[in-house]
Design a binder for this molecule. Sequence first.
Ligand SMILES: CCCCCCC/C=C/C(=O)SCCNC(=O)CCNC(=O)[C@H](O)C(C)(C)COP(=O)(O)OP(=O)(O)OC[C@H]1O[C@@H](n2cnc3c(N)ncnc32)[C@H](O)[C@@H]1OP(=O)(O)O
Ligand SMILES: NC(=O)C1=CN([C@@H]2O[C@H](COP(=O)(O)OP(=O)(O)OC[C@H]3O[C@@H](n4cnc5c(N)ncnc54)[C@H](OP(=O)(O)O)[C@@H]3O)[C@@H](O)[C@H]2O)C=CC1
Length: 306
Amino acid sequence: MTAQSAPQAPSPFASHALAGKRVLVTGGGSGLGRALAGHLVAHGADVHLWGRREGMLREAAQEAAAGRPGSVHVATVDIRRSDQVDEAMGAIWAEHGPLTSVFNNAGANFIARTEDLSPRAFEAVTSTIMDGSYFTSTAAARRWIADGLPGSILSNLTTWVWTGSAFVVPAAMAKAAVHAMTMSLAAEWARHRIRVNAVAPGPIPTDYAWAMLNPTDKSSSGATQTDRIPAGRTGTVAELAHLVIFLLSDACAYLTGQTIAMDGGQMLAGPGTFAELAKLTDADWAEIRAQSKAASAVSAAQRAVG
Ligand SMILES: CCCCCCC/C=C/C(=O)SCCNC(=O)CCNC(=O)[C@H](O)C(C)(C)COP(=O)(O)OP(=O)(O)OC[C@H]1O[C@@H](n2cnc3c(N)ncnc32)[C@H](O)[C@@H]1OP(=O)(O)O
Ligand SMILES: NC(=O)C1=CN([C@@H]2O[C@H](COP(=O)(O)OP(=O)(O)OC[C@H]3O[C@@H](n4cnc5c(N)ncnc54)[C@H](OP(=O)(O)O)[C@@H]3O)[C@@H](O)[C@H]2O)C=CC1
């Protein structure tokens, strides 16, 4: 199949679709979170970006706020630490006013044979995705409930919540846990006017994710191969942004408890996982581990916290 080029999809939403919204984006210093921030600002939202690398967050804020100076704020927060999350959430409420929305976007992942993973490796991934999403969601919701305010929680998942995926087992498990949190809290908190939803994008290549998920010339697999996607291309940040804007807007106040896939048909056609990596040799896995750990080390050296 030949790769299709992505359409230049203009936003279907008015520039004030998110006016009055104050949105927290975790993992906002890089990749999808960073790119999404500019779209949220362009539709009227004020945005808060959390991550562990201060320099990246500041650059991201400058980029996203270019059209509306003062609309983006940053904080270094390790979302695996409930104390840091609660303190940073309190600071938003005190210094800027209540959030209206949380986007649980921060994630951690790398491909590896499950039998090779140490307990610390398992925990590094699962605590970021599962604990981090829970700590952030509850820190916001406790305040909304106490203040009698409505709110919206959205999480960035993957289609592995339905299919699982070989070779990324901690991430697949943790994303599935957040999918369960989405359904559970939607029912529990609807009476507080708090909506809880999730998106499950197919591949939208970003620098760090691909350094973790496709680090060598042998590691390309169904999950990251464009030519295996029925739509013939990967998704775009603009397409993800349009779905997120809709879900965070007041246009769908009755929509809650849903995880919405947006993957060009990848999951339904079968190749959305890393199962094909079963063919790799010990030497291939050693190279993958060395390459992805090198990318992690570069990023860890940039952190202010965590
Ligand atoms: C169908 C759709 C297809 C595409 C779907 C895409 C889905 C989304 C994917 C993503 O989420 S990609 C996100 C990529 N971004 C990140 O992962 C950002 C955050 N990442 C990190 O912080 C690191 O990369 C980290 C390794 C995940 C964690 O770093 P941390 O500093 O907390 O831990 P370390 O001390 O470095 O390591 C802890 C532990 O883990 C072992 N380990 C680290 N890397 C590897 C590796 N590549 N292979 C095997 N093991 C690894 C490390 O050795 C430590 O264990 P011990 O040695 O101490 O036992
Ligand atoms: N790209 C893709 O194709 C897809 C991505 N996704 C999901 O989208 C999200 C973003 O991925 P992507 O942009 O590609 O990858 P990135 O690696 O660029 O984004 C992950 C972000 O999470 C932040 N983060 C990681 N650990 C922590 C922590 N403990 N505390 C605070 N922030 C943390 C990182 O910042 P820092 O290291 O500075 O803390 C980074 O900004 C992930 O949840 C991923 O699973 C889902 C489907 C497809």
